[in-house]
Write a protein that binds this ligand. Structure first.
Ligand code: SAH
Length: 251
């Protein structure tokens, strides 16, 4: 079973529809699809929620509702509550990054929950008491409390990264061999002479500079071909220029 499917995001009495919609999007961005709301409020603007869910409309339709937090997490082993505040038993809080491997370990075989509080009052102590772990997102003392959907994003993002599902795109072109690189440097050396870019005495010094520049990153075969083509073209232009100069001298 897909490990991320075992992660349930639980929002306790959220107020703003915009936040609920943004949470739908945030969890889907991170491969999570189980969203529960505890005690939905009658005043919530559900049209706003739908709008901010954007392309996560299916997620929006799939929101489960529960009367109490205990009901929402009844089938979960690990229950991680999130809080910006200190005190109570928050002093042993984990950062989202620290919590991620712990949560995933349980999510291999069981449902786990990430619980988020109300925009105005957070989670109550009796709700935190149901939690096996507390997550505190590092934030500056200037303003420690994050927007609800941002807090959801950060926690889900760490779970997603720790799950190792994302495969970053990588350079597909083959890396240039020493032989190819050296052939390129040869053409550049000739180009520097033909274009009279540098005096003969300074040529080797210049070549070392070029080597340092071109080997700072990773040169691929197409990169080397571009650089070689540029130097060859410059040699050709310099050649034309020299021929014209000689012809003019004979006039
Ligand atoms: N005024 C509330 C803040 C609520 S913010 C309070 O003082 O608790 C809404 C929810 O976002 C919080 O209940 C929590 O679930 C989450 N959240 C916001 N900032 C957070 C942080 N720095 N660390 C962990 N969770 C945070």
């Amino acid at each position: 079973m897909d490990i991320l499917k075992n992660i349930r995001v639980v929002l306790v009495e959220p107020i703003f529809g915009g936040n609920i919609g943004s949470v739908c999007r945030a969890i889907n961005n991170n491969g999570i699809t189980d969203l529960a709301i505890v005690a939905p409020r009658p005043e919530t603007d559900w049209e706003d929620a739908r709008k901010l869910a954007c392309q996560a409309k299916e997620q929006f339709e799939a929101i489960k509702t529960f009367e109490t937090l205990a009901d929402a997490v009844a089938d979960c082993t690990v229950v991680a509550g999130t809080s910006a505040r200190t005190g109570f038993y928050r002093d042993t809080a984990y950062s989202p990054k620290e919590f991620a491997p712990i949560g995933l370990e349980s999510a291999k075989d069981h449902k786990i929950a990430l619980v988020f509080g109300r925009e105005d009052k957070g989670l109550f102590n009796e709700e935190l008491a149901l939690c096996t772990h507390i997550i505190q997102i590092p934030s500056d003392a200037l303003y420690t409390s994050l927007n609800l959907s941002h807090a959801v994003y950060v926690c889900c993002y760490e779970m997603y990264c720790a799950a190792g599902i994302f495969v970053p795109s990588e350079e597909k072109a083959e890396e240039a061999s020493s032989d190819l690189r050296e052939r390129m440097f040869e053409v550049w050396r000739e180009m520097m002479v033909q274009t009279e870019f540098t005096h003969k005495q300074k040529l080797e010094h210049m070549m070392m500079g070029l080597r340092r520049i071109f080997t700072r990153g990773k040169l691929t075969v197409p990169d080397v071909k571009i650089l070689m083509g540029l130097a060859k073209q410059s040699i050709w232009v310099a050649d034309q220029w020299n021929k014209e100069k000689t012809a003019n001298e004979h006039e």
